[in-house]
Design a protein around this ligand. Structure first.
Ligand code: EQ3
Length: 319
């Protein structure tokens, strides 16, 4: 039997992923724009405290200096409108620029606005704002899920803002990507049950932001499937994705299982935690990597899953 990307998606199919994340993100998307902004403010008031203060970094924020200067010049009404435009995916100049920010730049942009809202430089939440029952319902849903799922919901909402660049006639080539400094010591790990060199080299390369080395481990037509997304196929597309989303992650795999399957293919499931530079050691996300390697030992497919619960870290069954 030879594999297709579609059939590869089903390896280790008993893996339980955090379905509450897409469900809560969908609840959020149904809120009206002002309720969305209010929800984010309250959610961020809780979660923002766990953000590593150095995370956004001065050098990164400087990449957006021009836009920040424009925003500081605006009246509070204009600033509120700008935030509404971003949340409603309107076609405005700033909403278009935002579309070309990488994921971490989008997070950094809102982090800066949030800081300025606290200081009154950017329009704060209106005094006397009354939370609508809809906002309350989404906040309650978010309170029920664990922190790694909460930060994923928050991240999704920010990523989905701004104008959709696929609708624009003239595209901007450069995406603004943040870089995060790393300590010179790369994280040490051993994966109980897995010695496959390709898997170990993948984690080592990712822990050093060496995306070229990570992507060289993939087959030409190989694919990477991020949490809750469709597979990204081909080395070029995977490189662009990792340059944007893979920066500064600290991967701490601990356990795994390796099996030879048909025609020289092997499959490997590895579980452990991943830390984002935004929250550092404060939030360890429970993650599974499901690898399918071709007979040459190249990565034909890898899925990255955000697990439903810590119990899932122990689930290494094949089906
Ligand atoms: C200002 C305020 C509060 C109010 C305003 O009204 C609206 C908004 C939006 C506001 C601001 C909100 C802010 C500042 C939110 C910030 C949220 C943050 C910093 C969230 C960060 C989340 C990061 C996550 C969930 C990262 C997850 C990464 C993972 C799971 C990576 C996995 C990967 C692995 C393990 C691989 O092997 C391959 C690559 C891949 C990336 C898939």
């Amino acid at each position: 039997m030879s594999y297709t990307i579609e059939s590869a998606r089903n390896i280790f199919s008993s893996t339980q992923v955090a379905d509450a994340v897409p469900a809560t993100t969908a609840m959020f998307a149904k809120l009206n724009v002002d309720d969305q902004l209010a929800f984010l403010w309250y959610a961020y008031a809780e979660l923002g405290r766990t953000i590593t203060p150095a995370a956004p970094g001065k050098a990164n924020l400087q990449l957006m200096e021009g836009i920040f200067n424009d925003i500081k010049q605006m009246s509070h009404e204009q600033q509120t409108q700008l935030m509404r435009d971003l949340a409603s995916n309107a076609d405005t100049p700033i909403s278009r620029s935002y579309a070309y920010f990488g994921v971490n730049a989008k997070l950094g942009f809102w982090w800066q606005l949030g800081e300025w809202m606290k200081q009154g430089i950017v329009a704060p939440m209106p005094a006397g704002y009354q939370m609508s029952p809809q906002v309350k319902a989404v906040l309650e849903a978010v309170q029920k899920i664990d922190q790694s799922q909460q930060i994923t919901v928050l991240r999704n909402t920010v990523v989905n803002m701004g104008f959709d660049p696929s609708l624009a006639d003239n595209k901007q080539a450069e995406v603004i990507n943040f870089k995060f400094p790393r300590s010179s010591l790369s994280p040490q790990f051993t994966i109980e049950g897995v010695t496959e060199p390709t898997v170990l080299k993948y984690i080592e390369a990712m822990n050093a932001d060496n995306f070229e080395a990570a992507v060289a481990l993939f087959a030409n037509n190989g694919a990477l499937q991020p949490p809750f997304q469709k597979p990204i196929v081909g080395r070029e597309a995977i490189t662009a994705y990792l340059r944007d989303e893979g920066q500064g992650l600290v991967m701490k795999p601990t356990k795994g299982v390796s099996e030879t399957i048909e025609d020289g293919y092997t499959q490997h499931k590895v579980t452990g935690t991943v830390e984002t530079p935004w929250f550092g050691g404060n939030v360890g996300m429970n993650i599974a990597w499901r690898f399918l390697l071709d007979p040459q030992g190249q990565i034909y497919f890898v899925a990255i899953d955000l697990l439903a619960s810590p119990k899932e870290l122990l689930n290494l069954t094949r089906k």
